[in-house]
Write a protein that binds this ligand. Structure first.
Ligand code: S3P
Length: 428
């Protein structure tokens, strides 16, 4: 559990400025893992600096992948058709669900038995969602009641048709990564489209991926070619500044070189519904990830309703949106039970954090309601070891009447080292 240190956030009248955010966590994990499978040297610039993406590099290095780091650039010498090396001990994925679940898909096809472990938070998170399909493909997986530690004994895999019960890009990616090295064509159908970074990244590395509605397919036995890439800024990190701008009158925030993949940006439509003025400039490139500039200016504070179908497109932005709701017109969210199995139980932890600042929040099994129209007082909010909780409470604190202490503020290091310095630079 990442829970060190505390930070004090002072009230601000407004937020203003132009900034960049660290590289996208989801994209960086995928580029690193696919680079490790490719035959040759890949160079990744603007690699995500947070602890989660360091965990991925640490696991790959322990599997014998040669990795060189210089500043925010990472060079990875892929193993190609050579198997990974048997690691000296368990692989520690830290706080990172994406490291664990995607790596499980890769390890399922390796002739090794590898144990994956993680911190206290990750050790509580459900793994059956990847264990079941990977076992059907032929891997042998022993877990601890469906959680970590989990030992994966890879095997020659066979393709499957899989339908996900919960919309999850991590599950989709684990199955696709295993499918890449299975015999036959693996197909996966999801009830709602989730982020498609794995599909885009596979194509970038030269693999063919079929997409038909919400069914994705990959033929086994395809070779990956090394690439040179740069990771766009993380939209989910930018979300905190966009939400702050939407919340505080007079605000104007511009985030440059941020990822704008449409499977990630549903937040922007919700900000417009709240009354914000949103301008987006996309530098589109069909072969790679869309990226560009987003500007958000305050424009109102209408009450919000987030419907279940919208949730997969803004699952990681719901904590930030809850902060906006607490400072503005309130919000009702349903169909978001997945929040309970994130880095914390994000429904309970968000409710507790926002209540500590003076908000009124009702919890539902699959969502929450934040009442609008209340002035927050400030107080002491516990991040509960969850990076997005720490940042959401910090944004809510900007609009409070008094100071707020974020307990366990160091959790931001998981995705956004430097978050509090950026907060100081935009808060007025
Ligand atoms: C992620 C997918 C989402 C998201 C997580 C990152 C990814 O999780 O919440 O932060 O990189 O694939 P689920 O796949 O569990 O929904």
């Amino acid at each position: 559990m990442v829970s060190f240190g505390s930070a004090v956030v002072h009230p601000a009248r407004t937020v203003r400025g132009r900034l960049r955010v660290p590289g996208d966590k989801s994209i960086a994990h995928r580029l690193a893992m696919l680079a490790a499978l490719a035959g040759g040297r890949s160079a990744i610039r603007q690699y995500a600096p947070g602890a989660d993406c360091r965990s991925t590099l640490g696991c790959l290095a322990a599997l014998g992948v040669a990795i060189e780091r210089g500043g925010d650039a990472v060079t990875i010498i892929g193993r190609g058709s050579f198997p990974f090396r048997s690691p000296a001990g368990p692989l520690d994925a830290g706080n990172s669900g994406t490291t664990t679940r995607l790596l499980a898909g890769i390890l399922a096809a390796e002739p090794l038995a590898v144990t994956l472990t993680g911190d206290a938070s990750l050790s509580r998170r459900p793994m059956r969602r990847v264990i079941d399909p990977l076992t059907r493909m032929g891997a042998r997986i022993d877990s601890t009641g469906g959680c970590l530690p989990m030992t994966i004994a890879g095997a020659p895999l066979r393709a499957i048709d899989h339908r996900t019960d919960v919309p999850s890009a991590q599950v989709k990616s684990a199955v696709l990564l295993a499918g890449l090295r299975a015999s036959g064509t693996t197909r996966l159908t999801e009830s709602h489209q989730t982020r498609n970074h794995t599909e885009l990244a596979l194509r970038r590395f030269g693999a063919a991926v079929g997409v038909d509605g919400t069914t994705v397919s990959v033929r086994g036995g395809q070779r990956l070619e090394p690439i040179e890439a740069s990771v766009p800024g993380d939209f989910s990190s930018a979300a905190f500044w966009l939400v702050a701008a939407a919340a505080l009158p007079g605000s104007d925030i511009l985030v440059e070189d941020v990822g704008l993949n449409p499977t990630r940006t549903a937040l922007l439509g919700v900000l417009e519904r709240a009354g914000a003025r949103v301008d987006v400039q996309v530098e589109a490139d069909a072969e790679t990830e869309p990226r560009g500039t987003v500007r958000v200016r305050h424009g109102g504070s209408a009450p919000l309703v987030v419907a279940p179908g919208e949730v997969p497109g803004l699952i990681d932005e719901l904590p930030a949106l809850a902060a906006l709701a607490a400072l503005g017109g309130g919000m009702t969210v349903t169909g978001a039970g997945e929040l309970r199995v994130k880095e914390s139980d994000r429904i309970s932890a968000l409710a507790a954090g926002l209540r500590a600042l003076g908000a009124s929040v009702d919890e539902y099994p699959d969502g929450f309601h934040v009442s609008g129209g209340r002035r927050l007082a400030g107080g002491a909010a516990d991040a509960c070891g969850d990076h997005r909780l720490a940042m959401a409470c910090a944004i809510a604190a900007l609009g409070a009447a008094g100071d707020t202490t974020i307990l366990g503020a160091g959790a931001v290091d998981v995705s956004y080292p430097g978050f509090f310095a950026a907060l100081d630079s935009v808060a007025r």
